[in-house]
Ligand binder design. Structure first.
Ligand SMILES: [Zn+2]
Length: 110
């Protein structure tokens, strides 16, 4: 017997599975590159990610996984419950200004 709750959980799990590699890709890109190649919004995100990573580091590998899961879940829940923004203490960062930003092009400007 499949209830609507099962469907919600399934969609939720798929959403996270879909989202996690993207979160990791983006974070590894913006944290490993030179911040001068990033726009202001992405530089802010870089600082935030590195700050959070330092806090979660206390928990070791589990902490890193938890941090990524929270980020992926926040993305999923946010559109449904506006209050979740407060719960996750995540403020919407200004979006990437694109252009020559490394996070947008995926490669350093030459
Ligand atoms: Zn950017």
């Amino acid at each position: 017997m499949i209830t609507s709750w099962d469907i919600i959980m399934l969609v939720h799990a798929m959403g996270i599975t879909y989202r996690v590699p993207r979160v990791l890709d983006r974070w590894s890109l913006i944290t490993s590159c030179d911040p001068v190649n990033l726009c202001d919004a992405c530089r802010d995100e870089r600082r935030k990610v590195m700050h959070e990573a330092a806090q979660f580091e206390v928990y070791g590998a589990f902490g890193s996984a938890l941090m990524v899961m929270l980020e992926a879940m926040a993305w999923f829940i946010k559109p449904l419950i506006p209050a979740s923004r407060k719960a996750f203490r995540k403020e919407r960062l200004p979006t990437c200004s694109k252009g020559t930003c490394l996070a947008h092009t995926g490669q350093a400007a030459t």
